[in-house]
Design a protein around this ligand. Sequence first.
Ligand code: HDE
Length: 734
Amino acid sequence: MGVKERVGKTSDTRVNEEKIEKDTINEKISSLTYHTESAAEEFLTTNQGTRINDNQNSLKAGERGPTLLEDFLLREKITHFDHERIPERVVHARGAAAHGYFQVYESMAKYTKAKFLTDPSEKTPVFVRFSTVAGSRGSSDLARDVRGFAVKFYTKEGNYDLVGNNMPVFFIQDAIKFPDFVHAVKPEPHNEIPQASSAHDTFWDFISLAPESMHMIMWLMSDRAIPRSFRMIEGFGVHTFRLINEDGESVFVKFHWKPLLGVHSVVWEEAQMISGKDPDFHRRDLWEAIEKGAFPEWELGVQIVPEEDEHKYEFDLLDPTKIIPEELVPVQRIGKMTLNRNPDNFFAETEQVAFHPGNVVPGIDFTNDPLLQGRLFSYIDTQLLRLGGPNFHEIPINRPIAPVHNNQRDGHMRQTINRGKASYQPDTIKGGYPIQAKAAEGGFTSYTERIEVNKIRGKSRSFFDHFSQAALFYNSQSDVEKKHLTDALSFELGKVERVEIRQRMVGLLTQVDETLATNVADALGLPVPRQPEYPMNHIIPADGDPKEYQPVKVKQSIKKSEALSMANTIKNTIKTRQIAILAADGVDEASISQMKSALEAEGAQTAIIAPKLGYIKSATGKEIKVDQSFLTASSVLFDAVYVPGGAKSSASLKENAKALQFIYEAYRHYKAIAMDDDSGLLKASYPGNKMLSDTLKETDLAAKGIIVNAHAKGATSNAKDFIKAIAQHRFWNR
Ligand code: HDE
């Protein structure tokens, strides 16, 4: 019997093969990145290709005897296993990634010669990795943290990496402070506690001594730090970059990613609960959306600033703690990115992918942002350690689709077998090839920038306004967002043991907003100081004059910016939202099926949750398959809850503590709830809640996202109201 007959193809292998065949966009890279071994049809072998006859027993001296050193099968297998782990990323260790493509809407040739931004017919393959920053590889997805948003464009002119975050600014202005910052936010070194959390003394100690971090702190304490999904975060290149056109003209640019599903978050209590119920919540969400064909999409946005406007604004374009308010320079949406394929192997792709802000193509260039400049060194350096040597560009996921020809040779794990005698340039032995490319032939030329300066360790006075944009962010938030931000600060600083650190932070907050500082101080049981106090001598150069290092306040032209508030995001779709349908024996089958199909028609996904797995019996005796039981499901993993009609089913849910808890949590987390036949279930789920115990009118409840007794109105109208409510995401007016 041949191998094929002995081992049937697994469905997994079939699916993958089909995907790779069908995937025309990724075809270009798949020929490079896939090893052509088809697992299901081959014999098991050693790494030397020797076929293995017994993979179950080691070689022994007698059946009960000691294992022999001679056993090359055992030794090879164990040795490889012993070396399976590589160092995790020092930051952004935990992530999830996906393949897809990017396509520009219209040629941007006016600004850039980068081909992938000038040819609207070109679909450029991308690989995108999302991440948290502080936690280890095994930490929870739902930590309060910045999210990494790193995009590798496999362009025909070479790889371009846009290595950004979901927040548009950063904590510090100069790369030299980065190791200190990361040491402070990581778990404390003596006991490695807390994991994936900034709520501890060392982080806030550092922050309270870094007034430039205050803008980023506003973002980090906002709900942006606890996203509903990677698919619902914005992305930002953070630094100002340059675009260069064919004529060598340059403009400044800030990059944005705008998610087509809107920007949405969970609430803090939910985040904490999800961390226990499903620490892979964001990974799973991304994976499942792509598996189900609900491909996440982002538009690429650019803010373009002409060269002559470099000094026009009340902030410095080179300062990475500043945004350009969209009111000053609108974001032009220039193209779309679609993620349509999950990685086949987490380690080979998501773990081994190596991003580097210095991977640019002709038409994109750097500015002198001192944080960016430091990053240009760091990323290659870190990959050398993490991926074991200088040939990490040969790892399939990192290979460009553009051909690579140079005289770099050898080193650990070299894959390329370079033929020929001469490995230098210039040469005549191999005819002078590969040769340098003229700019017209796509050769990269750095932008010629005139710099006439002193060599100096220091920073520009234009980098000293630390609070104006922190205040701009705070003032742009809705009341609910301000409350969440205040609560987050109170929580985080409440976890800080040293009173002097909390006090210093309250002092800094007074510079952002008095009410914010007062409310946080109140929660911490502290007085509000008149002005911040911190030991200046620690945060300025040893011979610096403290007077020269005082923060300044520059008058702002923009007081409030709509784009900064998530309250203004898109709320017109329920695509990919997860809806729990709670049911038990005796449920009205028609109300389930009608609601299910109405929701699914809008792109939502539903799950029937019952007291136990298997089947429930409808009022008319029909068997309905249960997707999850109350034991494994949890309200925090869903966006909304529906309780279909059926007196017996409702009565049994009313007796079920877990069902009541499910509804209670959905209510507390401001989610849409619909019930065909309330029968007191809502009240029972949250005894003592004033709003639910008052007999509110249906319309009042509907205004708070609770659709009740709608069955009387007919299932369609119920579904319509419910769909509208789910699209609202949350009802903060409860
Ligand atoms: Fe990074 N950063 N970073 N960073 N960063 C890394 O590179 C670094 C900064 C960002 O999914 C490391 O491969 C320095 C800003 C993302 O693989 C390391 C400084 C922004 C990722 C590194 C910064 C980022 C990283 C760790 C200050 C937003 C994950 C592992 C000068 C614009 C990429 C690695 C992925 C990863 C250094 C600041 C984004 C050590 C020195 C600002 C999304 O090289």
